[in-house]
Each structure stands twice: as C-alpha cells, then as structure tokens.
Design a binder for this molecule. Structure first.
Ligand code: XMP
Ligand code: MG
Length: 180
C-alpha cells in the first residue's frame, strides 16, 4: 500500500468486478441503442476506460473537463467548463461517467447542461457515491460503491494531481493535506 494512505477501501479485484457488473447492467439497459458516454476528466478516465470494455452494445465516447477542487479537498461550489465536447449531444442517449458524487453540484450542472443541449435522455453513472457530502438533491442513476465521509484517492482520483495511477482506492492520511 502507498505510504500516504491510511487504508485501502477497494482493491483492484473488487474494483474490476464492480466495473464489469456495471457494464453488464448498462448493456442490458441500452440494448438496441447507441449511447454516448461522456467521461468527466480527469477523475473518471480510468473508470471510463475499464467500463467501456465491459459494454457490449455499440457506444460512442466523448470527453469533458470541468473545474473541480483544484488543490483543495473541499468543493468550491463553482462549476465551469474547461474543455467541452467535440460533438453535439442533441438527440443522443447520454451517459455521464463520473468518478464520485460528493456535493452533487457538478452533476446537477452537467445534467442541466445536457438537457439544455437537447439530449434525448441523460443518465449518470458514478463509480463512487459519497451521500454524506450532498448539498443538492441529486443521485446517480447507477453507482458502484458508497464511500464514507473521507477523502479518497486512487484509480483516477487524485489529491493535487497525485495518486491517480494507483490501481486501488483508499483513504488519504489527513496529515498529507493538512500540511500541504
Ligand atoms: P461534487 O462535490 O460536485 O464533486 O459532487 C464531484 C467531484 O469532486 C471531486 N471529489 C473527490 N476527489 N477524492 C477525490 O479525489 C474524494 O474523496 C472526492 N470527493 C469529491 C471529484 O473530482 C468529483 O468529480
Ligand atoms: Mg473530478
């Protein structure tokens, strides 16, 4: 285990099994359709790349980056598009792929944006759900694991851009971000 972690919550095998299960569910729910999966960079990049390999209906992929915590572990509440989609979502069955839903502010903004752009349908899939952090009443349509009120890193999730490459997910030691 990485020395900056307090403990591991989900090992690689557990993550992969869950992602496979979520891919199977999406394959059933989107049978006969060609959904557009939108990966929210950068946190969801690893989840997205494993998830699409487990979906057996035709899909398309696009990417979007929005402002998030920056170097802090608390959400600022302000959401801003840093990098937008390549193509219009009008008439498409959109699946927003997120790493974690915390306050819900990001998802509420993204969902409204896709509806405003006239997507045919909008669903949210998030690997992690942190219900204790919620500030707006929004739930992912699909999620993998509920996580405790702690800052987690690994498998795409970062603190100050570090730890994204860990193949497992764990709780970061609080002195790492307390001291910067
Ligand atoms: P909101 O609060 O808008 O935020 O639901 C979602 C985004 O916040 C980040 N986030 C985390 N990142 N460990 C992380 O590495 C965490 O425990 C955590 N909680 C929230 C994440 O970028 C997510 O997309
Ligand atoms: Mg993020």
């Amino acid at each position: 285990m990485h020395p900056d972690l307090e403990r591991i919550l989900f090992d690689e095998e557990t993550l992969q099994a869950k992602v496979a299960e979520m891919g199977a569910t999406l394959s059933r729910d989107y049978a006969g359709k060609t959904p557009l999966l939108i990966c929210i960079l950068k946190g969801a990049a690893l989840f997205m790349s494993d998830l699409v390999k487990r979906i057996d209906v035709p899909i398309e992929m696009d990417f979007m980056a929005i402002s998030s915590y920056g170097q802090s572990t608390k959400s600022s509440g302000a959401v801003r598009i840093l990098y937008d989609l390549e193509r219009p979502v009008e008439g498409r069955d959109v699946i927003i792929v997120e790493d974690i839903v915390d306050t819900g502010l990001t998802l509420a903004y993204l969902r409204d944006t896709m509806i405003r752009r006239q997507a045919a349908s909008v669903k949210i899939v998030s690997l992690f759900d942190k219900p204790s952090g919620r500030k707006v009443d929004i739930q992912p349509d699909y999620f993998g694991f509920t996580v405790p009120d702690a800052f987690i890193v690994g498998y795409g999730l970062d603190y100050a851009e570090r730890y994204r490459n860990l193949p497992y997910v764990g709780i970061l030691k609080s002195d790492i971000y307390a001291t910067g």
